[in-house]
Design a protein around this ligand. Structure first.
Ligand code: SF4
Ligand code: SF4
Length: 189
């Protein structure tokens, strides 16, 4: 099997699941594979293969071809974005609030990192019925780029990918594809 063809395998796998139990099944799969995928990511990061960029990009594309975030919403339900001050100002002003009003109602500063975060989960802007972000056009950059898969410093993000395997089905799918692709490439060598 050529590693490009692995997309078919993943597509078949995802299609048999309906959206209601999608996140739970994905989480269980992540826990089963966490050890193997985490070890793979460690090795992948250490080796930094020349083809890494190409297959990471492809793995992200495979994940987004298979995963529909509107069937999941897990990041909005269980995690917090980090906010830039300008993003808080922009949304506060859109909602007719001051920065301080917005901050006091919904945000806090993480003591360890100094990041501005939500003070509770699910996110105050997540519409649980529709499974959609209620401020999509004005959401923070961190939300728009999550789960930060293909980027120039992706080798520096592999610990984050490992820690998000059970949280984000797109991350899990991308890392599964990545692992299989590397196996196929190594087999051919
Ligand atoms: S701002 Fe929108 S995208 Fe970001 S966590 Fe909240 S609901 Fe999700
Ligand atoms: S980014 Fe990941 S966790 Fe968030 S909705 Fe999409 S698949 Fe789910």
């Amino acid at each position: 099997m050529r590693y490009e063809g692995l997309a078919f395998f993943f597509l078949s796998y995802v299609c048999v699941m309906n959206s209601s139990d999608f996140a739970d099944k994905s989480r269980r799969r992540a826990y089963q594979k966490k050890k193997v995928l985490s070890a793979f990511l460690k090795k992948f990061t250490k080796e930094k293969p020349s083809y890494g960029k190409k297959i990471m990009k492809e793995s992200e594309q495979v994940a987004w071809a298979l995963i529909d975030c509107t069937s999941c919403g897990n990041c909005c339900k269980t995690m917090t974005p980090t906010w830039k001050k300008a993003e808080v100002n922009r949304l506060a002003s859109h909602l007719g609030m001051t920065y301080n009003e917005f901050f006091e109602k919904w945000l806090m500063v993480d003591e360890e990192t100094g990041d501005i975060c939500n003070n509770s989960t699910p996110c105050q802007f997540f519409d649980l019925e529709k499974g959609l972000c209620g401020v999509y056009e004005l959401r923070p950059h961190d939300c728009a780029t999550f789960p930060h898969l293909y980027r120039s410093d992706f080798y520096d993000q592999t610990e984050l990918y490992a820690s998000n395997l059970h949280r984000c089905p797109a991350t899990l799918t991308a890392m599964e594809h990545l692992e299989q692709a590397v196996k196929e490439i190594k087999k051919k060598k």
